[in-house]
Design a protein around this ligand. Structure first.
Ligand SMILES: [Zn+2]
Length: 311
């Protein structure tokens, strides 16, 4: 997998929300909630777009590398021409995350970020929290799950669960999966460092039900807009927003391109001597402690958005 002649290597990541996570669409005052979350257009399941992830990773890697703020952000120079991305072949931030300007134009960057998808979603039941996933989600890992009927909750461990269980307001009969499928799911979740106490309480529902269950169990919070000049609440400034709840597990991939296949302003990439794809990945990893403390998606000051990266 890590052949140095490959043109790219894919790295898997799993994170657990330790706060509610709100990555907004930017659109306000639409429908029931004022500030909606980004959703996948096909599945209607909330996600964190790769572009948001990349921007957050970039800022935090730049902090870790002492390149903040100049090589973070969108990189546009000030009106006097100073500031902005340095765009140098030895800059770990501009080479890994790209830059918008330079003698030979911009550079897309050596790391590319997928969207972060909901892998396991926590739902309250009368038997405590269960973490729900779906066949479509498990297809990320080439695991095929066939459900004998769409209205059922397929527990990895259905023992001692004869009576139906409620997922929020939805009552579902308990079903079991084939042993080989259960083993595959368990192994994959263990690979991803999902804690055992979570794996024990994983259930699968159909893709349609998954979208319903996720969307009807999001956190909807109400908050007050504060006028930054007076520090007081603004008149009529009560607003609501939705968020992925605590202990949602999110999965994303970072594709790292081979630095030896690229030239920056006709020079080799040189943020370290003879950099490899693992070194590109290492620069992105430096952002992870910041995810756990500063979070993603704005509203950090409201106790939102922190993610603990497990893999
Ligand atoms: Zn730079």
């Amino acid at each position: 997998m890590n052949n140095p002649n490959n043109s790219y290597t894919k790295f898997s990541h799993l994170g657990m929300a330790i706060d509610p996570i709100h990555v907004g669409t930017g659109g306000n005052r639409l429908g029931r909630v004022d500030s909606t979350i980004v959703r996948d257009p096909a599945t209607q399941i909330p996600k964190i777009p790769g572009s948001s992830l990349a921007g957050t990773y970039r800022s935090y890697s730049a902090m870790a590398e002492g390149k903040y703020p100049q090589c973070a952000g969108v990189g546009l120079p000030q009106s006097d021409g100073t500031g902005g991305h340095c765009g140098k072949p030895d800059c770990p931030i501009c080479t890994v995350y790209g830059f918008a300007r330079g003698q030979e134009g911009g550079f897309a960057g050596l790391a590319a970020f997928s969207d972060a998808h909901v892998l396991l979603f926590p739902v309250p039941t009368r038997k405590g929290v269960y973490w729900i996933t779906s066949p479509n989600t498990m297809r990320f890992f080439s695991i095929e799950i066939e459900l004998s009927q769409s209205a059922g909750l397929y527990l990895l461990d259905p023992t001692n669960s004869n009576s139906p269980l409620n997922l929020g307001w939805l009552m579902l009969p308990i079903m079991g999966l084939k042993k080989e499928v259960v083993n595959k799911i368990q192994e994959k979740l263990q690979d991803l460092k999902v804690p055992d106490y979570v794996i024990e309480k994983v259930g699968v529902v159909s893709d349609d039900l998954f979208a319903h269950v996720v969307n009807s169990n999001l956190e909807v919070r109400t908050s007050v807009s504060i006028n930054p000049e007076t520090g007081a609440a603004e008149d009529g400034a009560l607003f609501t927003y939705e968020a992925l709840p605590r202990t949602t597990f999110l999965y994303w991939e970072i594709v790292c391109k081979n630095p030896n296949h690229y030239r920056i302003n006709s020079k080799p990439v040189s943020f370290k001597q003879n950099p490899q794809m693992e070194d590109v990945h290492y620069i992105t990893q430096k952002a992870h402690p910041f995810f756990e403390h500063l979070g993603i998606g704005g509203m950090g000051t409201r106790g939102m958005g922190r993610i603990k990266v497990l893999v």
